[in-house]
Write a protein that binds this ligand. Structure first.
Ligand code: SF4
Ligand code: SF4
Length: 274
């Protein structure tokens, strides 16, 4: 089944004149839908169907589900986006991948995870289509839209300085996928309780130091994120995960980091430095 959003590479741009440029290798994203989109999609999902979606996701090793609305401006800018409501999923990147140094083997492990996650997303999408809901799959390895940002919009976590999503349950260790749909009665997030991570990142910067390819540029910070030179990143063609390994949210966990952050902020306030 053809899908215009299908692409072989998740890189948005591989710099033509940069000798350090790399691309995401030969990973091929396959459009895996078995069910056609309904012509007239339903807009309201009932609680029973919704519960089945959640159970299905859990059985497919999907760890967190969130719901986000894609901003109007983004919909207008990106013609490939068919629907503005999103069901966002994450799947854990296990230690067997994180502990593996960059190599072809690490890359293969990563690709297997992308395969598993992509297939799981299509299974859920097909189920929705069977039940009368239109869908568009945002495969975890595609560049259909900025998935970490979407997950942040859905209140699931915050995009750290490393450009990785950081969540309470998985820290920076997750891949993100989504299903875009016209379903209107999803529990869209109204707030994001993880915004404090931005302040923590401002003082940390470990991901910048551990990156072997100078992908993250400290001097070009925007909105607390280091500029990310995607064309240099060997995460998607050698399975590099050093920025995950180096992140305190991976080593110490969300709750510990939050406690440390709160204590420091309290001290700074006491001294009138905040
Ligand atoms: S995956 Fe590796 S190369 Fe890419 S930003 Fe992280 S540490 Fe740097
Ligand atoms: S390593 Fe530090 S700066 Fe980078 S994402 Fe993790 S907490 Fe933020």
């Amino acid at each position: 089944m053809a899908d215009e959003s299908t692409t072989n590479c998740c890189c948005e741009a591989v710099a033509e004149n940069d000798d350090n440029s790399v691309c995401c290798g030969d990973y091929e994203v396959t459009e895996d839908s078995k069910v056609e989109n309904p012509t007239n999609s339903k807009k309201e999902i009932d609680s029973e169907t919704f519960k089945r979606i959640k159970d299905m996701a859990k059985s497919l090793d999907i760890e967190i589900i969130g719901f986000g609305k894609i901003p109007k401006e983004q919909m207008e800018e990106n013609e490939r986006l068919q629907y503005s409501n999103a069901i966002v999923f994450t799947m854990k990147i296990g230690d067997e991948i994180i502990n593996e140094p960059p190599s072809e083997f690490a890359q293969n492990l990563n690709n297997l995870l992308y395969d598993k996650f992509g297939k799981a997303t299509y299974i859920i999408s097909d189920y929705l289509r069977q039940n009368g809901f239109a869908t568009q799959v945002a495969h975890p390895h595609q560049n259909l839209l900025d998935l970490p940002k979407l997950a942040e919009t859905a209140g699931m976590g915050v995009v750290g300085r490393s450009h990785l999503l950081i969540t309470p349950d998985l820290g920076p260790c997750e891949k993100i996928g989504a299903i875009l749909t016209p379903i209107e009665n999803l529990s869209f997030s109204k707030e994001n309780t993880h915004k404090w991570i931005n302040d923590y990142c401002k003082r940390c910067g470990k991901c910048i130091k551990v990156c072997p390819e100078d992908v993250l540029q400290k001097e070009y910070m925007d909105d607390n994120k280091a500029e990310f030179i995607e064309s240099r990143c060997i995460g998607c063609n050698q399975g590099c995960t050093y920025c995950i390994e180096g992140c305190p949210f991976y080593k110490d966990g969300y709750d510990y980091v939050k406690e440390k952050h709160d204590k420091l902020e309290a001290k700074l306030k006491e001294k009138g430095k905040l």
